[in-house]
Design a protein around this ligand. Structure first.
Ligand code: MEV
Length: 312
């Protein structure tokens, strides 16, 4: 039996999360060693969805229309003109930990779009895949900037501004990130709503923070494009100061960030929505082992090294 398989990677934001929701830029990279996978094969009537990691199965029509899985499946079928009497089994699995700022939900949606396109013999551009996933994200997160679906659908380092076509980042010098999982689940929409509440309460202070983040993202783009890796580390540290001022850090994140810095990381910050989730540390060949061990000792649930390759 023919099986269509779609895969999608995770993501890390190097600089700019939260401020990107308010029109400032962000830079991020795909995390290609973790992924979500969707498999589609012919069914026995209707659409069945099996989430292997959650040990859960549904029929599409049982799910409320706003459910992210139902939404992405229907939106994709509509885009493919295959809405009439769909008949398939969709199986999902992922190695991206859920709700850790690494793009698990976005990757699952992206993998579904890719698998369905393949199942029906269609080709969708990264821009189309990204747009479909963004529709579902908007329903689920309220006010996403679009950075997550862009990084995952394009699978490239990107300089991103909400509402604009993404700009591919050149990477003049390869670098490595260590991703430390706090083990604390944090939902993006909750963190984004908390920042919004602060912004409504103290607009001028928060706008200043967003401006400062926007400025350092510009510098971070240059640092990546000109191969100034040490400078990127400095900017990540400064970004973390701003994220702390936005109150999206947490004691566990701070503990891991401090451990990484003390072990010699060039820079360390939370990545994604914060308030738990994951942190990233920028390391060199000579510091990566020490930083990895320091993060494990400081209580990281899992620690993973991700390489960002040189690209022109
Ligand atoms: C989440 O990865 C990044 C946030 O800025 C939310 C968004 O941009 O939609 C926190």
């Amino acid at each position: 039996m023919q099986v269509a398989v779609g895969r999608a990677c995770g993501k890390a934001i190097l600089c700019g999360e939260h401020a990107v929701v308010y029109g400032r830029p962000a830079v991020g990279v795909p995390l290609t060693n973790i992924y979500a996978e969707a498999q589609v094969r012919e069914g026995t009537g209707g659409v069945a969805i099996v989430a292997e990691d959650l040990d859960h199965a549904w029929m599409l029509e049982e799910l409320r229309p706003q459910h992210p899985l139902a939404h992405i499946v229907r939106a994709t079928l509509r885009a493919l003109n295959e809405e009439t009497a769909p008949n398939f089994l969709l199986t999902l699995r992922a190695t991206i930990p859920i709700a850790r700022g690494l793009g698990s939900g976005t990757a699952v949606s992206t993998a579904i779009v890719r698998a369905l396109a393949q199942f029906y013999g269609a080709t969708l551009s990264p821009a189309k895949v990204s747009a479909l996933v963004f529709e579902t994200e908007s329903l689920y997160h309220g006010t996403p900037s679009g950075v997550d679906n862009t990084l995952i659908a394009y699978e490239q380092p990107v300089y991103f501004v909400k509402g604009q076509p993404p700009q591919r980042l050149k990477v003049a010098r390869a670098f490595a990130l260590i991703v430390g999982d706090t083990g604390v689940a944090s939902e993006t929409k909750v963190a984004v709503a908390a920042v919004r509440a602060t912004w409504e309460r103290e607009p001028s202070r928060v706008e200043q923070i967003f401006d400062a983040i926007g400025a350092l993202v510009h510098d971070a783009r240059d640092a990546v494009e000109f191969g100034h890796v040490e400078q990127l580390g400095v900017l990540m540290d400064r970004n973390q100061d701003q994220l702390r001022a936005l109150d999206v850090s947490s004691p566990v994140l701070e503990r891991l960030i401090e451990a990484a810095k003390r072990a010699g990381a060039d820079g360390a910050k939370l990545s994604g929505a914060g308030r738990g989730g994951s942190m990233i540390a920028l390391v060199r060949d000579e510091t990566r082992e020490v930083v990895r061990d320091a993060l494990t000792e400081a209580g990281a649930r899992t620690v993973m090294i991700s390489e960002v390759a040189r690209q022109n």
